[in-house]
Ligand binder design. Structure first.
Ligand SMILES: [Mg+2]
Length: 269
């Protein structure tokens, strides 16, 4: 049973769902309870849905393969990353601009495939992603362009990336280094909890954010999207957040569920 002091009518009226992956749909290599049943329900009701990830170091194809390995059908393994949202943002707001990209080869490939010109020498703006191939030389060039005042865009804000052996520095930690060197923070940050990733999908589906529901396990990224973008939010307790964390949390979900089995039950009933 879920617990909420708010009206759950929004679940019945929802026109699309956004699903976090790690801690919500799977944990490590294990599918979480109710995951496949929820996807089946979305399909039965003709509800569009997408998996969301802030991680821009892995390619979308890696996530799609992982979902397929866990039993999700290919046509259901729709993954939208902060990299995809950044591409949509660039095409809308900086069409034709040349980009200096601090990112992995797979992120660079997705930019090129989308028709975005990359330039190491004469860029119009700079973009930073989670770059596990980062070198000091490339970081120095990036800082020099930031110091020159070029528009500075980040794919997402995460400070650390969770790994089996403990957290490793993610993009946010590198952005702190860039700020210490140049005195500038990114002008725009796209991924969760910033609304860009929601706006990009809302536009693709022709919906308003308030007609969409975000399901996730993290208060400060997934659930914070409610406040920043206007989506309704469901917190699942299958990942990072414990029920006791909610008492003093700044970002409160519209509904709390133990897991996706609980959520599926709430949508049906
Ligand atoms: Mg998560």
């Amino acid at each position: 049973m879920s617990t909420s002091n708010l009206n759950q009518q929004f679940l019945i009226e929802a026109k699309a769902f956004l699903l976090d992956m790690d801690g919500t749909f799977f944990l490590g290599d294990i599918l979480l309870p109710g995951a496949l049943e929820l996807v089946k329900l979305f399909n039965q009701r003709g509800l569009p849905f997408s998996f969301l990830s802030n991680n821009t170091s892995r390619s979308k194809l890696d996530y799609i393969q992982k979902l397929k390995d866990l039993g999700v059908k290919e046509e259901d393994a729709r993954v939208y990353t902060a990299g995809d949202a950044t591409i949509a943002y660039l095409k809308k707001h900086h069409s034709g601009s040349k980009v200096f990209l601090l990112g992995t080869p797979s992120l660079a490939e997705s930019f090129r495939a989308a028709g975005i010109s990359l330039s190491d020498n004469h860029p119009d703006l700079v973009v930073i992603g989670y770059d596990t191939s980062l070198t000091y030389a490339r970081l120095s060039v990036f800082c020099s362009f930031v110091r020159q005042g070029l528009p500075y865009i980040a794919t997402h804000p995460d400070v650390n990336c969770p790994m089996p052996g403990g957290p490793v520095p993610d993009i946010g930690a590198i952005m702190s280094l860039v700020e210490a060197s140049t005195g500038r923070k990114a002008d725009v940050v796209i991924g969760k909890p910033n609304p860009g990733i929601v706006y990009a999908l809302a536009e693709e589906w022709g919906l308003e954010p308030k007609e969409m529901v975000m399901v996730g396990d993290r208060l400060y990224t997934d659930i914070a999207l409610g406040e920043t973008s206007g989506v309704r939010t469901v917190l699942v307790l299958s990942g990072e957040t414990r029920r006791e964390d909610l008492a003093n949390a700044k970002n409160q979900p519209d509904l709390v569920c133990e897991n996706l089995t609980d959520l599926t039950w709430d949508i049906i009933n």
